[in-house]
Structure formats: C-alpha cells, structure tokens
Design a protein around this ligand. Structure first.
Ligand code: SF4
Length: 567
C-alpha cells in the first residue's frame, strides 16, 4: 500500500523541511512530493535544495519557483492589495538576491503539475489549483466555487498548497487536499507547520492525515533575524500568527487569526464624529507590526453590552428594542451574567455596559452590577424611575464603587417634551431618580434622543442637568434610530442602521450574541444576530463579528462608515 507524504510552501525553512523528512520517514512514507514554493519568507534559500535532492523528493514548481527560475521582478503570488504586494516584494527581493543561479536553474526545470497513478488512484498534484498556479484554494470557498476547479482536474485525488492552511474536502467527486505549508505556521497561534500523509490502495484514498509538525522554529527565527529580515516575518515564525499579506486571506480564515487589517486602514479619530456616545477603542500599538487586531480598535471597541432583561416599566414610542411591561422578559440568570463578566475579563474587554429593558426591573440587579463593577469599568443604563423601596436602599451600596457610572435618558428640558415619547409623568420621576442618585454621589451621564420636538431644547436641558452636576461630556445627544418601536419613525428623523454602516459592539442577550445593542431585540432586528443561543463563547462571538465585518467590508472594498451610538 503506497503511503505518501505531500508538502508545499517550504519558504526557505530548512529546519522545518528537515523535521518533515524525518517525520515522514518515521511514518513509513514510501514517496515524498513537494508542491512548490521553495523560497520566500526564510533566509536560507539555497539550504532546502540539497535536502530535496538527498531525500529523493519529487517536486513541482510553485509560482515562486517559476518567478525565481525565470528571473521575474515579482513573485506572482496573486495578491491584489498594494500593501500585500509591498510585503511580498520585500521577501521576493531578498530571495532573488540570495538564491544561487544553479538552484534557480533547477527550479526553472521543474514541471508545473504532476499526474500519476498511485495505489490505483488517479492523483493530480498542483501548486495553486488546476486553473492557475497562483490560484488560492481556501477552505472557506463554497463548493460551487471549488467544483469548477475539481472538474478541471477530474482526478480522484487533487493535492494543492499555496494558501498556507491545510484542509480536505470532497467536491464534485474529487477529494481535495490542501497540504498547508511546511515553511510557515498556519495563522492559528501555534508554531507548528503542516503537511499531509496519505494512504492509497486498491484504487481508493484510504486515509488522509493532515500532520501538525513541531520543529526547531527558534533556529529558523534566529536565522531570519541574523539575515536582517523584517521583524514581522520573524514574529510569524515565533508566534504562529500571520502579520503580513492579510488582504488576500478570506474573512473566515482571517478572522481566526490574531490580526485582521493593516494599521493604516484604521480611520482617524475624527471619522467617528457621526452618532453620539462615550468612549472609543484604543488602537493597539506595536510599532513594527503593520497589522492590528480589529478587536480593541475604534472599528470594534472592547466594550461588552449585556442585556440583563428586556421588560421595562415604560413603553417608549421609540424604544429600539421594543421593550415594555409586556415584553418577553429574557432575564439573564445571575449565574449566566457572572459567567459573562468572567469571560469578558479573560477576553480582554475593557468595559461593560449593562442595559435592557430596565435593568432595575431585574430582581438581582444590584448584586450583578457589583459583580461587574468589581472586575471592569461598568456603565448601567437606566431610566432612573425605579429607585424606590428595596432598590432605593440597595442603590446606596453602589455609591462608593469605583468605575461605575449610571447613564440615563432625558429627552427634554421639560416634562411635556420628554413625556410625549416616554409617557405621562416619566420626566418628573426620572429627574427625581437622578437627583437621588446624585445625592448618593453616583457618577451620572445623560443622553438625549433627538427628535423634531426637542431639537431646540439641547441648551436648556444642558442647564437643567448642570444643576445635578452633569456637565461637559457627561451629556450627549444621540440620533433616533429606526429600530424596534421606532422602525417606522422616519418622519421623526429616525435613521436607518445596519451592520454595513455601524461598527460592531458585541451585545449579549438571553437569545444570543448580536452585532450592536440597538439591534438586540431578535424579533425586530433579526439581521443583527451574530449567534443564536447561550452556547456561544465570547471568543467565538468575537471571531464571528470579525468575519462578518471583513465580509461586509470586502463587498465594496471599503471600511464600514463609522457610526457609534451609546444607547
Ligand atoms: S427606551 Fe428605555 S425606558 Fe423606554 S421602553 Fe425602551 S428600555 Fe424602557
């Protein structure tokens, strides 16, 4: 029974290649096949050649080998983004300058594909795909995009590399195996590299094993550093995360990595002037790395919204999540809430916003607030009308807690304006609640939802709030959003929002994870659902948000317009 080893993307990494050759022999592989791209990334370009020859490896050319063999000016990797091409060019220029003429000549003579029968199986070996040497066969490609490639081959087994991430799937009767790369880790936070061991017998593919191979990556990193190669390339070898050439990577594969966009793609702070709200994500700063993680930037703030419940003592005409006394409560249990806070700490969230419905309608709310505020800066959104009875006594417990802010909504300088949308008597009760909270020394913020009725009262309201000590940036005006009860309030100036024009702020409810708090009501904003149910972890939810962000962005090639709204 033939057992073969197939690998590609050696990328001038003789340390990994040596480990692979030993590993493949120890696994009893009868034949070794290399699918190309011998140089690029590492420093010791010529060092892989004798290993391939000594171990009798059958090789085909990758786009890199064709380019080096021909003396081309660029690697022909197939990148479309100029920043990807910039980094690719750095490595190509180094590789071209450090590859001997003899090795380049050997590469030039390599075939571009191989078709052979092994164990009675029709096997087709290519570098990119049967369509092109630099075509990317990503796992995330849907079957209807892989099928033309499979049909162009028609083999039982199609082996490829080029993307750097290993996977296997049968499409249109062809088992496709992307063997990954042996010269560079697979953007999974592990230093190991990949290749495939395949058993073929009796005309069938009996077994495919995608091998994760440990090797002396420290030696490879040291070699690159000695050669003066740029630090981001060395970092990839040392961490397993890709730090360059990310634009070519599809959203799903990119979202799994630690870095998602080029630093220079981040908008300037001024671009976030639309909407209203407090806080903004800090850009993660690491001087030499050209890419950043989306999470923790202004494009995906490290702010976790938790809907403690959805029922509310009010039924405001413009409630974006359609809360009311009759709303399905969707109250989080104390255990679920505390678990989310613990996860938020582990997942590097910088702050928690607790909202509803009216959070103070939740029977355990004060102890939940204490739990959150003990661990992360916490903002609680409340209509300030339920500070009575037991809650009034309990509120005093929160008075001295650092890092806790109460945020409320007042929509006018007088009751008539406010009550028009929120119900008779609500302005007076809310103002009384704010006065009580202020008397306890609790830090307060107020947002005014702008409508045609109150647009002229901003300054008057500012004056009213100043008497409560709410001044400066602690008062904000936010737009009316056409969601929930306000879905049809366009004549009142409600703005349409969607995930395409709104930066994500991960929001957790009893129903699941959502793109943004203004779309957290599943019934009225199903389009904002990121993951249904309570099984999704924050880590997984973050990854899904990044994937969706990148998918939306790639639809027209631009970043989503910035809109931030502290609900
Ligand atoms: S806007 Fe706020 S106070 Fe009004 S119904 Fe909705 S959650 Fe309750």
């Amino acid at each position: 029974m033939p057992r073969i080893a197939a690998f590609g993307g050696v990328y001038a990494n003789p340390y990994a290649l040596r480990a692979l050759l030993d590993d493949a022999r120890s696994r009893g592989c009868d034949a070794l096949y290399c699918l190309g791209d011998l140089g690029g990334f590492g420093a010791e370009c010529d060092a892989v050649w004798p290993l391939l020859v000594e171990h009798d490896v059958t090789s085909i050319a990758g786009n890199y080998d064709v380019a080096i063999g021909r003396g081309d000016d660029d690697c022909g990797c197939g990148y479309a983004d100029e920043r990807d091409n910039f980094h690719a060019q750095l490595m190509y220029d180094y590789t071209r300058a450090h590859t001997s003429a003899a090795f380049a000549g050997w590469m030039a003579a390599l075939p571009r594909e191989l078709r052979l029968s092994l164990g009675g199986v029709d096997v087709h070996m290519v570098h990119g795909s049967p369509l092109a040497i630099n075509d990317f066969m990503w796992e995330s490609l849907p079957d209807d995009e892989l099928a033309p490639r499979a049909r162009a081959s028609g083999a039982q087994l199609l082996l490829c590399t080029h993307t750097g991430i290993a996977w296997t799937r049968t499409v249109a009767g062809t088992q496709i195996v992307n063997v990954g790369a042996v010269g560079r880790p697979a953007n999974a936070g592990r230093c190991e590299v990949s290749y495939a061991v395949i058993d073929l017998a009796g005309g069938i593919v009996e077994r495919v094993e995608l091998v994760g191979l440990d090797y002396d990556w420290r030696a490879q990193a040291a070699s690159m550093r000695r050669a003066g190669l740029p630090e981001p390339f060395v970092e990839t070898i040392e961490t397993g995360w890709w730090t360059t050439c990310l634009e070519v990577v599809p959203p799903r594969e990119r979202a799994r990595g630690a870095f998602h966009v080029y630093r220079e793609a981040l908008p300037a702070a001024d671009d976030f002037a639309v909407g209203a709200g407090w806080g903004g994500g800090a850009v993660v700063a690491t001087a030499q790395r050209p890419v950043v993680s989306l999470f923790g930037t202004a494009l995906f703030p490290a702010r976790l919204w938790i809907y403690s419940n959805f029922h509310c003592n009010l039924s405001c005409d413009y409630c974006v999540v359609a809360s009311s006394p009759r709303a399905r409560p969707r109250a989080l249990s104390g255990e679920r809430f505390r678990g989310l806070v613990d996860e938020a700490v582990r997942e590097d969230f910088a702050e928690i916003y607790i909202t509803g419905g009216e959070p103070f309608a939740h029977p355990e709310i004060v102890s939940l607030i204490e739990y959150a505020a003990d661990r992360l800066p916490t903002v609680v959104l409340t209509n300030a009308m339920l500070f009575t009875g037991r809650r009034r006594r309990e509120l005093a417990r929160l008075a001295d807690r650092a890092g806790l802010v109460l945020q409320s909504s007042i929509d006018g300088a007088c009751a008539a304006t406010h009550d028009r949308w929120r119900g008779a008597g609500s302005w007076e009760r809310a103002m009384a609640g704010l006065q009580f909270a202020a008397s306890l020394g609790l830090p307060l913020r107020v947002a005014m939802t702008q409508t045609p009725d109150n647009a002229g009262e901003v300054e008057a309201l500012r004056g009213v709030l100043a008497q409560l000590g709410i001044t400066g940036d602690d008062f904000a005006v936010r737009p009316l959003v056409a969601r929930g009860f306000a879905a049809a309030a366009a004549d009142a100036g409600a703005i349409e929002v969607s995930d395409a024009v709104m930066v994500p702020e991960l929001t957790i409810t009893a129903d699941g994870a959502h793109w943004h708090p203004v779309g957290a009501d599943l019934a009225s904003s199903p389009d904002f659902l990121v993951a249904r149910g309570t099984g999704v972890t924050l880590a997984d939810a973050k990854q899904r948000v990044v994937e969706r962000f990148l998918t939306l962005r790639q639809a027209d090639g631009s970043l989503p317009a910035a809109f931030r709204c502290a609900v």
